[in-house]
Design a protein around this ligand. Structure first.
Ligand code: GCW
Length: 723
């Protein structure tokens, strides 16, 4: 296999220098299979660049033809061995590591799973052992991340297994350029890497390179088309299936499986049937036959993703059927092939009457889906947005996640920055996702969201140890909406690459500290040598990125109230933009106060969807955390927060502070110019974007502050200028 090398594209976290440590060493690869071949090719390329040597004996014992020219040097002693656990007569170091594993995990084996690996350094040899080829691939990228220290002193045995079975990115990419949403819905990084102007992209090199980046951060599944399935895109299921197969071929060597967004009305749109009623025999038959053909073309397709009865997409409600009926007909069609249906829980009334205070969009997913718990087939995964509304900068955890004990639940995050600065603002999202994943719906004694989603069994012995994951039950799934496009930096804003990287790493190991993930990303991306410059770069990037999500929160919608964005494109402020619309996203500001009363006592009753203690904490004005106050309560401007400030003064203070922080960020970044490991083009692109971020943050500050000053008449305690 040739390793994909698109030209004119930033290498993201896999620049050649990231392979320096491996490339200068003698490596032995033991095993066969597509992904073992990928490991071999990666090592061979690194050796070609850095003078190391590779040996990969073929399954028959013959030397593999891909062996490096200097393979003879690799005879005998090795610095690094990648071996499948079934490897025959491996070197002593492998035997020693196996023995260590036996002592630690017992005769039943280490339970590596089909993507996990063991790593240890013994007698000057770094050994990566896996049961399956995918484990060796993830082990390879682990060694890449470690760099030189992988070859230092002896390393204790570590076991790495992903917490989530499916670590998936959904692309909201359209085949046809949509008249309103463009080539990529909510895409801020150019066009699609898959599709262009109604057809498959002419050059799929980029797709292969994407697969490589994904494998290096742990992602193993993607969807190739938007959940809003328009007319052309519907045909990916039938006559345009070849396009999907071509994409799958490019991603397969990196262990990334393709999924397809399918339209619920496909039996009508594509099959010519008069109905898409999930209980209709012809409809069931159509899905079964169509799916059989899909699997003939792509035997390892992951399955379907469906957005039904949501924002105008067709669904089972039209036939008086439930979402379990709807999901199950697809699940039955997929089951013979091992496929899954990702059924989205983002179902709400987007045509509500803003005057009707009894309707609360936050309630919708729970109200629709909890009565169906236990009715979904085992291969249905209910895909729930992490918050009850829609990827706002601050939302509570969706109560649905904890309310479906008999259903497989996936949590959906938004890597694309629709509501967090649209890849024009620096907003490192890993700290937010960590909070999302660490939320404990039943209080401190219960499991957190990551564990609920991972389906983790009772075995918690490993939790908290540095390297070992949970014993997950192999059904877990974390989904992110991808932020990637055909932009030279992949993500528009070069620093937004860190969000993509962090998503994969958190899906693999949700307990990882976001700061540590950022360090990995910095070291790989900028491959800084161990110089003073590198230290400066790390310090600056941490100062720029660690707190950037909270900074964004400070200058946008306050205290969890959400939205206040310009309708349509969702960039920049428009406080009342959604206030009198049918979309269900209101803040209810008047001259006396602001916020949404979602209490049981006097509001929409949404707080009752949480189990205790949160049903009580959120209900109580005294206990509700400040950052979510306006999500749960309507309060007067003079209400005093736990912080000691009033709501109105908090609004003023945070908006002034947020803008100051952006200005500081810009000044810090400016100091990196002209020297060190940041290439000039990256520096220039980020500088331009920081100018825009500052402009936009000032606009937010002024509109929000002016709005609330005019509504409340309360002046700023510090007498700052409010326009
Ligand atoms: O946040 C909203 C977006 C829509 C998107 C929808 C969804 C794909 O504004 O563009 O549609 O969420 O998640 O389905």
């Amino acid at each position: 296999m040739t390793i994909p090398e698109p030209t004119g594209v930033h290498p993201a976290w896999l620049p050649p220098e990231a392979f320096r440590a491996i490339g200068s060493r003698r490596t032995l690869v033991l095993g066969a299979g597509l992904l073992v071949g990928t490991v071999r090719d990666e090592v061979a390329r690194a050796c070609a660049a850095y003078g190391g040597a590779l040996r990969h004996p073929g399954v028959t014992g013959d030397l593999d033809t891909r062996e490096t020219a200097r393979g003879d040097r690799a005879d005998g002693a090795f610095d690094l061995v990648f071996a499948l656990s079934t490897a025959q007569s491996p070197p002593d170091a492998v035997q020693a590591v196996r023995e260590r594993s036996r002592r630690r995990y017992g005769d039943a084996g280490p339970g590596i799973g089909d993507e996990g690996f063991l790593i240890a350094r013994h007698d000057g040899v770094t050994v990566v052992l896996a049961d399956e080829p995918a484990g060796l691939l993830y082990g390879l990228f682990h060694v890449v991340r470690l760099g030189k220290p992988a070859f230092g002193a002896a390393r204790p045995l570590e076991r790495h297994r992903p917490a989530m079975r499916l670590r998936m990115l959904d692309h909201w990419d359209n085949v046809d350029v949509h008249p309103v949403m463009g080539q990529v819905e909510r895409g801020y990084a150019g066009g699609s890497i898959f599709w262009r102007d109604g057809a498959l992209s002419g050059d799929l090199t980029r797709v292969g390179a994407y697969g490589r980046l994904l494998a290096a951060c742990g992602v193993n599944a993607i969807t190739v088309n938007n959940v809003n399935v328009h007319a052309t895109e519907a045909h990916l299921l039938t006559d345009r299936l070849g396009d999907v197969a071509a994409i799958a071929d490019r991603l397969r060597p990196y262990g990334v499986r393709v999924h397809l967004s399918a339209g619920f009305a496909s039996p009508i749109a594509l099959g010519g049937l008069p109905t898409a009623d999930p209980l209709d025999e012809d409809v069931r038959e159509w899905w079964a036959r169509t799916t059989e053909r899909v699997y003939q073309a792509i035997p390892d397709l992951g399955g379907y993703v469906v957005k039904a009865d949501s924002e105008g997409q067709p669904g089972p409600f039209a036939y008086g059927r439930s979402h379990a009926d709807g999901a199950n007909v697809l699940a039955d069609a997929l089951a013979p092939f091992g496929g899954v249906v990702h059924w989205r829980a983002f179902v709400y009334n987007h045509r509500q009457d803003w005057r009707d205070r009894s309707v609360d969009r936050a309630r919708a997913a729970y109200d629709h889906f909890t009565p169906l718990d236990g009715l979904f087939r085992g291969n249905v995964i209910l895909q729930v947005k992490h918050g009850p509304i829609d990827f706002q900068v601050r939302e509570p955890s969706s109560p649905l996640i904890a309310a479906m004990p008999a259903t497989r639940v996936a949590v959906e995050l938004q890597v694309t920055q629709e509501y967090t600065g649209q890849q024009r603002h620096v907003c490192y999202l890993a700290p937010m996702w960590s909070e999302v994943l660490a939320f404990r719906p039943w209080g401190p004694a219960g499991p957190d969201v990551a564990r609920i989603v991972a389906g983790a069994a009772a075995d918690r012995d490993d939790i908290g140890t540095e390297h070992d994951g949970w014993t997950a039950d192999e059904t877990g799934c974390l989904v992110g909406v991808s932020n990637v496009g055909d932009d030279p930096y992949w993500t528009g804003h070069p620093l937004a690459q860190a969000n993509l990287y962090a998503f994969g790493r958190l899906a693999w190991a949700p307990w990882t500290d976001p700061g540590a993930i950022l360090d990995e990303w910095i070291d790989l991306t900028f491959a800084p040598a161990e110089t003073g410059d590198a230290e400066r770069l790390r310090r600056t990037l941490h100062a720029v990125m660690d707190g950037s999500w909270r900074t964004y929160e400070r200058y946008t919608a306050p205290l969890g109230v959400g939205f206040m964005v310009r309708p349509g494109h969702h960039y920049g402020p428009d406080v009342d933009g959604y206030e009198y619309t049918p979309w269900g996203t209101y803040h209810f500001a008047d001259r006396d106060g602001v916020g949404v009363d979602r209490t049981r006592a006097t509001g929409t009753g949404f707080t009752g969807q949480y189990p205790p203690p949160w049903s009580e904490v959120y209900e109580s004005l005294e206990q509700c955390p400040d950052e979510l106050l306006l999500f749960f309560h309507h309060v007067p401007y003079g209400h005093v927060l736990h912080s000691g400030s009033t709501v109105i003064q908090h609004i003023y203070d945070t908006h002034f502070a947020g803008v100051e922080q952006v200005a500081e960020t810009r000044a810090l970044w400016a100091k990196l110019a002209g020297a060190g490991p940041v290439p000039p083009d990256v520096h220039a692109r980020v500088s331009e974007l920081l100018d825009e971020q500052l402009r936009c943050a000032e606009e937010w500050r002024d509109q929000i502050n002016a709005y609330f000053f005019r509504k409340s008449g309360v002046p700023d305690a510090h007498g700052r200028r409010i326009p």
